[in-house]
Design a binder for this molecule. Structure first.
Ligand SMILES: Nc1ncnc2c1ncn2[C@@H]1O[C@H](COP(=O)(O)OP(=O)(O)OP(=O)(O)O)[C@@H](O)[C@H]1O
Length: 500
């Protein structure tokens, strides 16, 4: 259906795509994997018409395809669901679905909102989703927004006669298990009418949903497999260049926590979010909280991170009762918070990697009252190596990095900030499998140094593997507690039973 041959795309100083050839067949789901910065998003943008390649060619059903922009791609039935969601938050669901297509509902300069809302309802019904189309997208969960994005991409069906090609750039990174299943069910159902290219860092998902998978490395395709013929550990090895360690979560390094209690809550509550939360985190201990969206676990971490005030009970940091209303006093108490929405909350895009890393703790790079730039750059160079951040150097602007590499910069910042307590909100989201292992290693280092860690993560596996103790929350309350010392780790099903 679509063939990309010898695609080249350069940015100043970076060969993002060197010579990439892939093909997508009718009614096929093609997986695209690779380390952070391998060129996946760039390739998707070329296919979606938003980047013009510097070389190579595209053909659709054997005919040359020259895409000038995204509208052009849309006219050929190619639509993209973005990694960084493209919805305009203060517009309604219907307005977003038909953004740029309002003309279709306009007569004599007046938009027929009823017709637009009805059409949007039909689109959502097609993928079996029930969302109020008159609500602003800002009020929707991430999962619902993703469905709206998918519905938006599928409006192309109304405009073109041919089967669609839908590009999904890391659609699952913001979804939880149940929502991923919903998305996959939609993709499977739509396969009779469309082909998909699916980018993800979760190899098991790629294998579950795709027919074939391409592996990219440094701007080139290095392998192509039929998913029936390859396993996740094999793909891991091709991507990272070394085998998947049996000890993925470094459980052998999990040590007994110290006696000192760093965080303690009693009957902690926040109106409408959670209540009666009792927990203790000792120095050198990782406490993981499992729970579905709406369980209240996000809000608990936000309270301890200083972003959400509690309205009941007690929060003690190193034995002292505190009441945070903003992050600043939390930072003064030695708490580092690695937010989930790192690209929104975590980075100053126009600053360099080095500047972003030292931002949380300038004292570490100060000398005689001035910033020691040499030291700042050396620190950044260290992290670039350690986390395999793909960038020309410490001076590269963060806005030019791939999404996963931006995540790594934020992590590096908080890991160097010398925090005594770390709140990790989905620390490995968007990271490639190799970088994840580096992060697990680092988390163990931090524990050895006595840092107390509160963790919520994307997968139960990661929560179980890393934590000393796992708490499960449901409907704003803790419903179960599990010891998770090595050799005594709870099973996923045990957690699930308490979650839902
Ligand atoms: N606008 C840009 N300007 C300069 N360099 C860029 C730009 N966009 C991407 N790059 C560089 O091109 C390379 C490929 O980036 P791309 O975003 O395609 O990677 P990716 O495989 O999608 O990574 P991730 O898994 O982190 O999302 C990276 O080295 C990145 O820094």
């Amino acid at each position: 259906m679509l063939k990309a041959s010898g695609i080249i795309k350069n940015f100043p100083g970076v060969h993002a795509l060197r010579d990439v050839s892939i093909e997508v067949r009718p009614n096929e789901v093609v997986g695209l994997i690779g380390e952070n910065g391998a060129g996946k998003s760039t390739l998707m943008r070329v296919l979606a018409g938003t980047y013009r390649p510097d070389g190579g060619s595209l053909t659709l059903d054997g005919e040359q395809l020259k895409l000038r922009n995204a509208r052009d791609a849309a006219r050929h039935g190619i639509g993209m669901v973005f990694q960084e969601q493209s919805l305009v938050l203060n517009l309604t669901v219907a307005e977003n679905i038909y953004l740029g297509e309002e003309d279709r509902f306009t007569r004599l300069g007046i938009v027929n909102w009823r017709a637009m809302n009805n059409a949007a309802r039909r689109q959502l019904a097609k993928i079996g989703v029930d969302i109020d189309v008159t609500r602003r997208t800002s009020e929707l969960t991430f999962a619902a927004r993703q469905m709206v994005e998918l519905a938006k991409a599928l409006t192309l069906e109304e405009m073109v006669e041919r089967p669609l090609l839908i590009l999904l750039d890391e659609p699952t990174s913001v979804l939880n298990g149940a929502d991923i299943e919903v998305l996959f069910a939609r993709v499977r159902a739509l396969k009779s009418r469309a082909s998909f290219v699916f980018v993800s860092h979760r190899l098991d998902e790629v294998l579950a949903i795709s027919d074939r998978v391409y592996t990219m490395k440094d701007g080139a395709v290095v392998a192509e497999h039929s998913t029936a013929d390859v396993t996740a550990p094999e793909l891991h090895e091709i991507m990272v260049g070394r085998g998947l360690q049996a000890e993925y979560y470094r459980e052998a390094r999990q040590q007994q926590p110290r006696d000192e209690i760093r965080v303690e809550t009693r009957g902690l509550g926040a109106a409408g979010a959670y209540r009666g939360v009792d927990l203790k985190i000792r120095a050198g201990e990782i406490v993981g909280i499992a729970g579905v969206v709406g369980s209240g676990r996000e809000e608990v971490t936000r309270t301890i991170g200083g972003l959400l005030q509690h309205s009941a009970g007690e929060l003690k940091i190193a034995g002292e009762a505190v009441h945070f209303g903003s992050p600043e006093p939390a930072v003064r108490k030695g708490i580092g918070y690695v937010p989930r929405e790192r690209r929104l909350e975590g980075l100053v895009m126009f600053l360099s990697i080095a500047e972003n890393i030292s931002l949380a703790d300038l004292s570490s790079v100060m000398r005689h009252g001035a910033i020691d730039y040499g030291k700042e750059r050396r620190l950044a160079a260290d992290w670039i190596k350690r986390l395999r951040i793909k960038a020309p150097g410490p001076d590269a602007a963060c806005r030019k990095l791939s999404g996963g590499n931006q995540q790594k910069v934020v992590l590096a910042r908080w890991m160097t900030a010398g925090s005594r307590i770390l709140v990790l909100d989905h620390p490995t989201r968007g990271l490639d499998v190799g970088a994840k292992e580096e992060v697990y290693e680092l988390v163990r280092d931090l524990c050895e140094q006595g840092v107390a860690i509160l963790l919520i993560s994307d997968t139960l596996e990661e929560t179980i593997g890393l934590s000393h103790q796992v708490l499960v929350m449901r409907d704003g309350e803790i419903t179960a507690r599990f010891d998770a010392s090595p050799g005594n780790k709870p099973k996923q099903v045990d957690l699930l039973r308490a979650m839902v």
